[in-house]
Design a protein. Structure first.
Length: 471
C-alpha cells in the first residue's frame, strides 16, 4: 500500500516545524474545523518520533470523529484536508523565511489600494535588507526587479514625473535575472544534447553571449557564460581556465549550489578531453578534485559519497600520486557514512596496493569487501584479474575470467553497456596473457583487436600491457 502524501510530508518535518504547524492549526484564522485540530493533535507525537511510522487509521479517526463509524472515503478526505492545511502552513513559512516575498506582497497591496503614504518606509526597509543579501545571483535580481517595479507603480500612483533612474534600475535587474536564468538552463540543454539527443532551439543565446563578451559581468553570470563556452567551443581550453578562475577565485560571491554546478561542468569537460584521447588532462582532473575538496564542493551535509571517494582515488592513482592517495584514503574515510567505511577502505586500499605493486595485499583486502553494490563487485573483479595477470598466475586468472563471464551474463541489474565494457576487458586481458611476443602476426592481430574495440573497461591498463609486451 502506498504511503499517504500527508505521511510523506510530515515525516520530513523536524520537531520545530511540527510544533509551529501545531500553533498554525490551533489558530481559528487558519483552521476552523475542530476535527482537523484533534486529528493533528493525535498525529503530532507519531511524527516527533525518531522513525515516524504510519499512525493507526482507526485510532486517528476516533481522535477526530469520536464514536462516528469509520469510513474509508471520509478518512481519505480527512487526510486530504489535513494535507491542504500543511501545504498552506509551508507556503506561509516559506514566504516569511524569504522576507523579500512578504515585503513585495505588502508593497503590492499598498499600491493597489493607493496607500502612497504607507509605501515609502517598508520599501526602503526592503531595499536595505536586499542590499545585505551576500550574493548577486538570480534570487537577488528577481527580488530587486520586483521591488523596483512596485516603486514604479508607486511613482505613477503619485503622478510624479521624476528624473530618478528607477526605470533603468528595473530593466537592469530584469536583464540580469533573465541572463542568469537563460544561461543556466541553456547550459543544461547543451549538456544533455551530448548524449540524449535533445535538440531544443536556444533562442537569443548567441545574442546574449555576444552582448556579454568584453563586459565584466557579475560572477554568477560569468560562471554560466564560461560553462556554455566550454560546451560550444570545447577546443578552446581558455574557456575552462576562465571557468575555474571564477569557480575558485570568486567562490565567496557564489552560492554553493552554483559552485557545485560549475564544478560538475568543469569535471565533465576534463573527462571529455581525456575520453577524446588527451591523457594530459588526467593531471588537471586530479587538480580539479583537490580544489573541490578544499572548497567543500564534494561534501553533502559534511559527508562524502563513496563513488566520489572511489573516483578521486582512481584519478590520483592514474597520475601516480601514491603518497597523496594513501593519505587521502586514511584521512577522508571518516567523511563517509559509518556503514560505508569498511568497504570503501578495503576496496580503495586494494587498488592503491595494486598500483604500487604490492599484489599480496590486494588479494587479502579484496576478500574483506562485502559486495552489496554491483559496481564494487565489477571493479573488484577487474582489480583481481589485473593482479593475477601481474603475478603470472594462469589458473586463478582463467577461473576468474570464467566466473566473470557468468556474472555478466546472469546479473540482470548490469546494463548492456557495462556488460560489453567489462566483457571486453576480460577477453582482452586473456588475449594479452596468452600472447606470443615472437609471433608478429599474432601481435599485429592483437593490436588491431585492442584499437578496434571501442568500449573497454580500464582501456588505459590494457594499452599499457600491450606496450609492455612489444616494448
Amino acid at each position: 500500500m502506498r504511503e499517504p502524501k500527508l505521511h510523506q510530508l510530515l515525516a520530513t518535518m523536524d520537531a520545530h516545524e511540527l510544533n509551529r504547524l501545531s500553533r498554525y492549526m490551533a489558530s481559528p484564522y487558519h483552521c476552523e474545523d475542530i476535527r482537523l485540530r484533534r486529528f493533528y493533535a493525535y498525529l503530532l507525537p507519531h511524527y516527533k518520533a525518531a522513525r515516524p511510522e504510519l499512525p493507526d487509521r482507526k485510532k486517528a479517526w476516533r481522535a477526530a470523529h469520536g464514536t462516528k463509524p469509520f469510513s474509508d472515503i471520509q478518512y481519505a478526505r480527512l487526510l486530504s484536508d489535513m494535507l491542504k492545511k500543511a501545504e498552506g502552513f509551508i507556503a506561509i513559512e516559506t514566504m516569511r523565511g524569504e522576507g523579500a516575498d512578504e515585503s513585495y506582497y505588502m508593497l503590492q497591496y499598498y499600491n493597489k489600494r493607493g496607500l502612497t503614504a504607507n509605501f515609502t518606509d517598508p520599501y526602503e526597509l526592503a531595499l536595505r535588507r536586499l542590499q545585505q543579501y551576500p550574493y548577486r545571483d538570480r534570487d537577488y535580481y528577481f527580488h530587486s526587479f520586483r521591488l523596483h517595479a512596485q516603486h514604479n507603480t508607486f511613482l505613477e500612483n503619485k503622478k510624479l514625473r521624476t528624473p530618478e533612474k528607477n526605470l533603468k534600475e528595473t530593466i537592469e535587474s530584469l536583464d540580469m535575472y533573465y541572463f542568469i536564468s537563460k544561461l543556466r538552463y541553456s547550459a543544461a540543454v547543451l549538456h544533455y544534447r551530448q548524449f540524449l539527443g535533445v535538440d531544443e532551439e536556444l533562442a537569443l543565446l548567441s545574442d546574449i553571449l555576444r552582448y556579454l563578451r568584453g563586459r565584466a559581468p557579475v560572477p554568477v553570470v560569468a560562471l554560466y557564460q564560461h560553462i556554455i563556452l566550454t560546451l560550444t567551443e570545447p577546443a578552446q581550453a581558455a574557456h575552462y581556465t576562465q571557468l575555474k578562475a571564477v569557480l575558485f577565485g570568486q567562490s565567496q560571491a557564489l552560492q554553493q549550489d552554483s559552485q557545485r554546478e560549475g564544478f560538475a561542468f568543469a569535471l565533465n569537460y576534463c573527462i571529455r578531453r581525456i575520453n577524446a584521447g588527451d591523457t594530459s588532462w588526467q593531471m588537471e582532473l586530479f587538480t580539479l578534485y583537490k580544489e573541490a575538496l578544499k572548497h567543500g564542493l564534494m561534501y553533502d551535509q559534511g559527508l562524502l559519497n563513496p563513488w566520489d571517494f572511489k573516483n578521486i582515488v582512481t584519478v590520483a592513482l592514474r597520475v601516480k600520486e601514491y603518497k597523496w592517495t594513501a593519505s587521502f584514503i586514511e584521512r577522508s574515510l571518516v567523511k563517509l557514512r559509518k556503514a560505508e567505511q569498511q568497504n570503501a577502505y578495503s576496496f580503495n586500499m586494494a587498488r592503491y596496493y595494486f598500483a604500487t605493486g604490492k599484489y599480496d595485499k590486494v588479494l587479502q583486502l579484496l576478500q574483506d569487501v562485502a559486495y552489496t553494490d554491483i559496481f564494487y563487485l565489477l571493479d573488484a573483479k577487474v582489480t583481481l584479474m589485473k593482479t593475477y595477470y601481474e603475478l603470472g598466475e594462469y589458473e586463478p586468472l582463467l577461473s576468474l575470467k570464467e566466473s566473470f563471464r557468468i556474472l555478466l551474463r546472469r546479473k540482470k541489474i548490469i546494463s548492456d553497456q557495462h556488460r560489453i565494457n567489462y566483457g571486453n576487458f576480460a577477453r582482452l586481458t586473456m588475449k594479452l596473457y596468452r600472447a606470443d611476443v615472437k609471433n608478429k602476426v599474432q601481435m599485429a592481430a592483437l593490436k588491431k583487436a585492442i584499437h578496434e574495440t571501442a568500449n573497454v573497461a580500464d582501456r588505459a591498463w590494457i594499452l599499457e600491457q600491450f606496450d609492455r609486451l612489444v616494448g
